[in-house]
Structures are given as C-alpha cells and as structure tokens.
Design a protein around this ligand. Structure first.
Ligand SMILES: [Zn+2]
Length: 350
C-alpha cells in the first residue's frame, strides 16, 4: 500500500514538473507531393519535407505517436518530442514520404480512410479540382438540385473556356483566400460546391459528383498524382514498422453530425478493415476534419484505440487527453521557415 502511494506521489510530482516544460508537438501533414493546383494546401514538396526532417533530426527528438501516448500515460516528459502524422492515406505517403523517413530514420503515423482503398475515384475534394479548376472547356451554365433547392450558376465565356495561361496565373489560389478575391467564376463555383457537397449525405454527394461529371463532359478518371494507397501498398507502408498505420474512418465524415451507431461503424469498421489488411492491431485514430464530440472520443476508447488525434492547434502537454491529442498543421515551408515555426509553436504561441 505504502509503495503504491509512493508511486502515485512520484507520478503526480512528475506531472507537475512536466506541466511547466515546453511540451511536445504532433505534426499534421497530408501529402508529400508537387501538384499543379492545391486548393486546400495539402501538399508539402518533397525537398521541403526532407528539410523538415533534417531540422527535426538536428534539433528535436523525433518519436512515434505511440511513444508520445505512452509517455503521457506514464507521466513522463514529452519535452521537445516531435511526432509526424499524415491524414487521409494518399499514395505519395508511400512513394515520396517513406523513402525520406527511412533516410532520416524518423517514424510517422499514416491515418488511412478505408473507403478510398478500393475506390476508383479520387477524394471528392480532389474530384472537384479535376472537374472545375483544370484548364479546358466546360458548359457555360450549371443547374443542380441539392436537398430540394435548385442552384444555378453562369460561368461566363472566359471561365467556361479556361486557358492554360489563365490556369497558370491562378494555380496558387487556395480555398482559404477571401471569397471576394476569387480570380474567376470557376473558383467561385468550386468554393460554393465544396460548401454544398460538404453538408450533404455520402450517397447524395456521390449522386451530385456523378451529375457534375456528366455536365463537365470529362471522363471518369483517377489521376495517379491524386490517388489513395491501394490495399497492398498499406501493407508495404508499415511492413518494417517505421511507419504506423492508423485509422481515419471509412468515409471521412463529420463525425459530430452522425448518430452514435454510425460513428461506431465508422471507427470500428475502419479499424477492423486495416487490421485485416496489415495483420496487426491498429491503435491510433484521427478524427476527419478534426471534428468530434466527447461521445466520439468515448467511442474511440471503447472500440480499442489507445489514442486519437484532433486538429486543435496546440502543443502536447503532460495533462493532454490521449483521445483528444492536439496537432499542428504543417505548410509547404522550407527548412528555415519550418524551424522558425517549430520554435514559435513550442515557446511562444500555444
Ligand atoms: Zn482527413
């Protein structure tokens, strides 16, 4: 009894000391790639990613996400520890990120959305980019019925016939830019359709994407630059244990909008599917869009995950909740900018 009390007192003391330390960081990446347009700023160019790893190797302690989760459980310090995570499960995580992780011997966790493993389509936000933001010709007008409302758009002549020059001029546009600075009617349409498609059910979204495809006159096609990992590639990714495979639901929904039963399905099914694929337990989870409720976090624990990541931009501290781990999103910075950002995150901002 006395020994147990002593152990507990030591744990509390360690936690108090660690509370005043700068803490650790879980980085959030999506893609390591260079693509012509990237409206959601998901890509970090491969040479920039290599520079990030160099900075981590030289000035921080790169660890796995599970090491952070375990340290928090044990009341140990995560001071200056940095873990790398990737969301969604793009194929470039295997072909562009993994060789660099191997070169620097830095671990990472890739959170895979399982519906896309067997899907012949790109993620729906990329499909919108393919149909709307690439150069070429589109019909001048579009009419869509969404949830009982009819929406009509007129692209005008210039946006309907979108030249290579115009594409080149606008290709650095992002969804985060103020709406009144949208450079063309195509960008305005992309913004509006993203908002509308984001709020409908998955079958409804599929139906609308089908209608948009027919309207665009383009072929059903998955760009190799935008595809998800194939099932065999998920296995290869984690084969040598440097990369951990985590779950990111089946359909990438806003979990807080779903019933408890549907949330349980999304978490449990993605876990089971990946475990069958890789033949080992899947312990880490990331909430799509960083969207969850206290109940979602409870479900993550119930179905057997040992930690779950949010997108709340904060450092990891000794009192961080294992099922609501904060993450800091990385942009396509060069090494110098990345190093500055890490210092800011650790010592000033959060
Ligand atoms: Zn995601």
């Amino acid at each position: 009894m006395r020994i147990r009390e002593l152990g507990r007192a030591k744990l509390v003391a360690k936690r108090i000391i660690n509370r005043f330390a700068p803490g650790g960081i879980i980085l959030l990446y999506h893609r390591v790639a260079s693509v012509p347009s990237d409206p959601f700023k998901l890509c970090v160019k491969p040479h920039h990613f290599a520079q990030h790893l160099e900075v981590l190797k030289q000035h921080y302690q790169p660890v796995s996400l599970q090491q952070i989760a375990q340290a928090l459980k044990d009341g140990n310090s995560v001071n200056r520890w940095v873990a790398i995570t990737f969301d969604d499960g793009y194929a470039d995580n295997l072909y562009n990120a993994k060789p660099l992780l191997e070169k620097y011997d830095i671990p990472a966790t890739v959170f895979v959305t399982t519906a896309n493993l067997e899907n012949e389509q790109e993620f729906w936000w990329d499909e919108l980019d393919r149909l709307l933001l690439q150069p070429g010709t589109l019909p001048k007008t579009l009419s869509l019925s969404i949830n009982g409302n009819t929406y009509k758009w007129d692209l005008g002549e210039a946006a309907a016939n979108y030249s290579e020059e115009a594409f080149e001029r606008n290709r650095t546009w992002t969804w985060y830019a103020p709406e009144n600075t949208d450079p063309s009617e195509r960008h305005h349409l992309y913004r509006k359709l993203y908002q509308l498609l984001d709020s409908v059910s998955i079958p409804e979204r599929q139906k609308l994407l089908g209608e948009l495809l027919v309207w665009s006159g383009k072929e059903s096609f998955r760009r190799s630059t935008h595809r998800s990992l194939f099932p065999a590639e998920v296995y290869t990714l984690q084969e040598d244990s440097l990369v951990e495979v985590g779950a990111h639901t089946v359909n990438h929904p806003f979990l807080s909008k779903l019933s408890v039963t549907k949330q349980q399905y999304e978490l449990q099914q993605s876990k089971t599917c990946l475990e069958q694929l890789i033949g080992r337990p899947v312990s880490s989870f990331a909430y799509p869009h960083g969207d969850y409720t206290a109940q979602t976090a409870a479900i993550a624990c119930e179905v057997g995950f040992t930690c779950a990541c949010s997108t709340v931009p904060n450092k990891v501290r000794s009192n961080s909740n294992f099922f609501q781990l904060p993450r800091l999103e990385v942009q396509d910075w060069n090494g110098e900018e990345f190093a500055k950002q890490l210092t800011k995150w650790l010592y000033f901002e959060t």
